[in-house]
Design a protein around this ligand. Sequence first.
Ligand SMILES: NC(=O)c1ccc[n+]([C@@H]2O[C@H](COP(=O)([O-])OP(=O)(O)OC[C@H]3O[C@@H](n4cnc5c(N)ncnc54)[C@H](OP(=O)(O)O)[C@@H]3O)[C@@H](O)[C@H]2O)c1
Length: 196
Amino acid sequence: MTASRITTPFGFTSTAAEVIAGVDLSGKRAIVTGASSGIGVETARALADAGAAVTLAVRNAEAGERVAAEIREGTGNGAVTVGALDLSDLSSVAAFAAAWSGPLDILVNNAGVMAIQELTLSASGHEMQFATNHLGHFALALALHDSLAAATSAATIGRSQTAVIFSMLWSCRVNMKNGMSSPQATDIATSIHQRA
Ligand SMILES: NC(=O)c1ccc[n+]([C@@H]2O[C@H](COP(=O)([O-])OP(=O)(O)OC[C@H]3O[C@@H](n4cnc5c(N)ncnc54)[C@H](OP(=O)(O)O)[C@@H]3O)[C@@H](O)[C@H]2O)c1
């Protein structure tokens, strides 16, 4: 077997529009988490511009609706909608996934929080950055598995940052102090593997 190097013409200064130029996503369905601000908005805009039906999965519905209206107007793509999703709350993740029906072609796990100054725990008792950036997205991808499998060639895209490793290590310490069971410890170890 011969190995070939994967190369890209894109770099740090490339824009989403440049990357997606010439790609036709008509008939494809996409979800972008955290698409009410920042990189999520531009990702959703690029996907909509390429013809995909895009759902902005956001916790701030008002901001999401504002962004969706702006993308619909700017791209001429009317299939841009909003769904309520709080990744730090697993019941919200389950509700979002339950409301989704049919195939899902593209899942962009973009939402996240970073460098929270004070130790903050989610409803399920996990450190908030770990709960939001990793556990929530993991649960979302799992809950949407059948829809992803039903698409012709689905893609799940995550963005990562080295800081998440520190968050996970801190989370391990916090959870261990709280008497975390070994299956939970295993979950975290698995997560570190998935992120690496
Ligand atoms: N910008 C960078 O240089 C950089 C570098 C490395 C990694 N990242 C990561 O890339 C992602 C996007 O970055 P950005 O600069 O666009 O950040 P941003 O503007 O802060 O956007 C983050 C998005 O995530 C959403 N979010 C946070 N917690 C959530 C939760 N519990 N449930 C659902 N949505 C939640 C936020 O919603 P609200 O508006 O409701 O808060 C916001 O829409 C982030 O995860 C960030 O950590 C960014």
